[in-house]
Design a binder for this molecule. Structure first.
Ligand SMILES: [Zn+2]
Length: 245
């Protein structure tokens, strides 16, 4: 097994190895140790014969190619992905109901409604190659150039906050579909999975240094409230996207 294969396997099994970069750094070592611990193996952070065997045993049910955990079938139609030089994917929520309305379609390239089903936005992804005038998907303040906007239709209504997710909380199925769509976009546009290139709107200000006036999408997951900061949600997004590449 190469280091890349080990990192992919760790990510697919839910152990965060950090970037899938072929380098056995501290995060990859920690993930190997966590995996060894979970399998009752000697915890030394080294992939020897026993750990390798445990990886192989884990593969059939949980490798990224297994249809149960990650559908291999593409969900983003080819016609929705025109050739263009794109550098980032930003994941949002609409702060609306489960349907994608005209305003939403104007602001994002791709939406995931409450069905869940993929909905195409008004502007093609190529409209955001550069954004000098108004004819593009304006999903992120001062950070739309080179950025694909994907949004989950949810979290609308008065008084919605970290504790109260209102009448349209995010469904796990919507998140799963968003992860798959982001992975397909990364693959097609050759976008690396880093915290500066695949991120939620709530991470744009901390990670890119571009002010966003208190945007908190996505700092909480309705179906798993233990994910309660932008960093935790963003790391989960990148881990799950990387596991599907
Ligand atoms: Zn947003």
């Amino acid at each position: 097994m190469t280091t890349i294969e080990i990192q992919r396997q760790l990510a697919a099994l839910g152990f965060d190895p950090g970037p899938i970069d072929g380098i056995t750094g501290p995060r990859t070592r920690a993930a190997i140790r966590a995996f060894q611990s979970s399998r009752g193996l000697l915890v030394d952070g080294i992939v020897g014969p026993q750990t390798r065997a445990a990886f192989v045993a884990a593969r059939p049910s949980s490798s990224p190619a297994a249809p149960s955990s990650s559908p291999a079938a593409s969900i983003v139609p080819a016609a929705w992905m025109p050739r263009a030089a794109m550098r980032r994917v930003h994941l949002h929520w609409t702060a609306g109901a489960y349907g994608a309305n005209g305003l939403d379609q104007n602001a994002y390239h791709l939406l995931i409604d409450g069905t869940p089903k993929l909905v195409r936005g008004k502007w093609p992804i190529s409209a955001n190659v550069n954004c000098p005038r108004g004819a593009y998907a304006a999903h992120t303040l001062n950070a739309n150039t080179g950025a694909i906007g994907v949004s989950i239709c949810c979290m609308g209504g008065p008084g919605v906050n970290m504790a109260n997710h209102g009448a349209w909380p995010m469904k796990r199925e919507q998140w799963e579909m968003a992860v798959q769509a982001v992975a397909e976009l990364c693959r097609f546009y050759s976008i690396p999975v880093t915290d500066k290139t695949v991120l939620t709107h709530a991470e744009v200000q901390p990670n890119l240094g571009i002010r966003q006036n208190g945007k908190w999408d996505i700092a909480t997951l309705s179906f798993d409230r233990s994910f309660d900061t932008a960093r935790k949600v963003g790391d989960r997004l990148r881990r799950e996207v990387a596991a599907r590449l």
